[in-house]
Write a protein that binds this ligand. Structure first.
Ligand code: NDP
Ligand code: MG
Ligand code: MG
Length: 341
């Protein structure tokens, strides 16, 4: 059984006695910074010159400095720039300005696990990773609840790294829900696997194949969209509430029987073999290497794949149909539909 932490297991005064620099003010950055501030923590935001996020942070009354200046004065540096930007940012702005005993915090283990960032021996290295997008992390906190976090310590230079990490986790509201103890390796590998094989890669491909199969057989795209994409949310909500069992309990007996006989036919044992190959590429570092090499070259493969995905016919069908769904409200005002196609 995993080791769990709650509010009573953490001492908020530890993080309240530190100066925290939050580097980046995006999805996670804004949520961590605002929750820390509202928990009575001294927070400074570190952003690059000309950052488009500066105004948002300043409008919240937060102190904004360059990354170098924010790091210089910090006891705890939480790095919340995109994973592919962290290595360069660490080498040029963070490492040269880091206090000798400052703690380095992450919300994902990618750069530590794959060796793109190698902190000196004097630094505590910890992870507090909310299991949800930043906008939810902020909304739950404001509503008096929290999004569960996973917590790990890679390097305990001070001997107090766990207490510090748990204090941070409490300050962003995570321990109101629960903290789960993990390691950088487990978090990084399982997170990449989950998003690639099931949540993002697997689910997207499954929906696209379902849509293609129906429309190629002559069914109307609008009807296909409803059946293979829109209703997915209803099914997933049931799974979240009560597992796969509750989903099967709620649907018709026809749907439940079809689930048993056709699910394993569509997702056959080859799929599990493919999943194992995906996991092996994650564990060996091959996926990380491919991602970072492409990013370093200006992301040509990434941009091409993104444009190809957005050009799939299901997107155009969905854009038209969603105009009829008054109840489907985008939760993120920054997203521009069709921007990469
Ligand atoms: P975002 O893409 O939302 O971060 C954008 C922020 O980083 C902006 O403030 C942006 O500022 C800044 N930034 C971008 N590029 C650079 C750069 N080269 N140098 C300095 N600052 C830069 O990131 P996320 O919040 O999605 O991810 C942050 C971390 O949290 C990652 O490690 C991620 O894996 C992890 N995480 C993310 C989750 C999520 O739901 N998004 C969930 C759990 C963990 P600018 O205006 O200058 O571009
Ligand atoms: Mg991830
Ligand atoms: Mg149906």
């Amino acid at each position: 059984m995993a080791e769990l932490f709650y509010d009573d297991d953490a001492d908020l005064s530890i993080i309240q006695s530190k100066k925290v620099a939050v580097i980046g003010y995006g999805s996670q950055g804004h949520a961590h910074a605002l929750n820390l501030r509202d928990s009575g923590v001294d927070v400074t935001i570190g952003l690059r010159e000309g950052s488009s996020s500066r105004e948002k942070a300043e409008n919240e009354g937060l102190k904004v400095l360059t990354v170098a200046e924010a790091v210089k004065q910090a006891d705890v540096v939480m790095i919340l720039a995109p994973d592919q930007a962290q290595r360069g940012l660490y080498a040029s702005e963070i490492e040269p300005n880091l206090k000798s005993d400052a703690a380095l915090f992450f919300a994902h283990g990618f750069n530590i696990r794959f060796g793109y960032i190698k902190p000196g021996a004097g630094h505590d290295v910890a992870m507090v990773a909310p299991k949800g997008p930043g906008h939810l992390v902020r909304r739950e906190y404001v509503d008096g609840r929290g999004v569960p976090v996973i917590v790990a310590v890679e390097q305990d230079a001070s001997g107090q790294a766990w207490a510090l990490a748990l204090s941070y986790a409490k300050a962003i509201g995570g321990l109101r829900a629960a903290g789960i103890k993990t390691t950088f390796t487990e978090e990084t590998e399982s997170d990449l696997f989950g998003e690639q094989a099931v949540l993002c890669g697997g689910a997207s491909q499954l929906v696209q194949y379902g849509f293609e199969t129906l429309t190629e057989a002559g069914y109307q795209p609008e009807v296909a969209y409803f059946e293979v994409l829109h209703e997915l949310k209803l099914i997933v909500d049931l799974m979240i509430e009560g597992g796969i069992a509750k989903q099967r309990w709620s649907v018709s007996d026809t749907a439940e029987y079809g689930d048993y006989v056709s699910g394993p036919r569509v997702i056959d044992p080859h799929v599990k073999e493919n999943m194992k190959a995906v996991l092996a590429d994650i564990q060996s570092g091959a996926f990380a290497e491919r991602f970072i090499a492409d990013q370093d070259a200006g992301a040509p493969e990434f941009k091409e794949l993104r444009a190809k995905g957005e050009a799939h016919p299901i997107e155009a069908t969905g854009r038209e149909l969603r105009k009829m769904f008054a109840w489907v409200k985008p939760s993120d005002s920054d997203y521009v539909e069709g921007s990469a196609a």
